[in-house]
Design a protein around this ligand. Sequence first.
Ligand SMILES: CC(C)(COP(=O)(O)OP(=O)(O)OC[C@H]1O[C@@H](n2cnc3c(N)ncnc32)[C@H](O)[C@@H]1OP(=O)(O)O)[C@@H](O)C(=O)NCCC(=O)NCCS
Length: 187
Amino acid sequence: MTVIRKILPTERSLYRAHLLRLDRADRYARFTGTLSDESVARHCAGLDWSRTILIGAFLNGELRAAVELCSDRILWPNEAEFGVSVEKELQGQGIGSILIRRALTVARNRSIGRVHIQCLAENVRMRALARRFGGRATLECGEIAASFDLPPPNQFSYALEALEDGAGAFNSLLASFASGATDRVAA
Ligand SMILES: CC(C)(COP(=O)(O)OP(=O)(O)OC[C@H]1O[C@@H](n2cnc3c(N)ncnc32)[C@H](O)[C@@H]1OP(=O)(O)O)[C@@H](O)C(=O)NCCC(=O)NCCS
C-alpha cells in the first residue's frame, strides 16, 4: 500500500535514507550536481522545519519518494522552490506528478505566488512534469529553471490539503495495522 503524506520532523532519518538510496544519476539529477553521502546527510541535518515542508510516498512503511518545498519569508517573500525524488523502481508510475501537485497546493495555501525548480536540461521526465503543471521554463547554462505561478488560496484549495492530510493520516494507520497483522500471522 502506498501512503502519501507529509513527513514529520521526527522522520528526518527516513528522508536521509531515501536520498542515500537514490542511484548516482538520480542523486545528480535531484541536486543538479554531485553530492557525497556526507553532503546528503548534512543537507538533511540542516533542514529548517520552519521553512521546509516535506511530502513523501511511503511503500510498506518505507519512504521511497519525496518532495521538499522550501521558502523564506524574509529573503524570498511569496516565493519558494522545490526538489523532488522518486526511487528508480517507482519512477514512471505517476508518483512524481502526485507529489508535485500536492507541493503546489501546499505552497498556494501558504500564499506563495511563485514556485521554482531547477533541473538538468536532459531531465526529460522532470521537463514533462514541469510542462504538465504549467511551468515556464528557461535554459540557463545547461540547466532548466522552471517557475509555476500559483493563484491565491481559496476554500477548495484549503479543503483539498485538509482532506489529503486526513487521508494520509488514516492510510498510515491502516498500513501500520496491516503490517502489524502480517507480522502476527508470520510469527
Ligand atoms: C523526475 C522524477 C521526479 C519524475 O518522477 P516520476 O514518478 O518518474 O514521474 P511521473 O511518473 O509522475 O511522470 C513522468 C513524466 O515523464 C514523462 N516521461 C517518462 N519517460 C519519458 C521520456 N523518456 N521522454 C519524455 N517524457 C517521459 C511521462 O509521460 C510523465 O509525463 P506526463 O505526466 O505528462 O505523462 C523522477 O524521475 C526522479 O526522481 N528523478 C531523479 C531526481 C530528479 O530528477 N529530480 C528532479 C529535479 S529536482
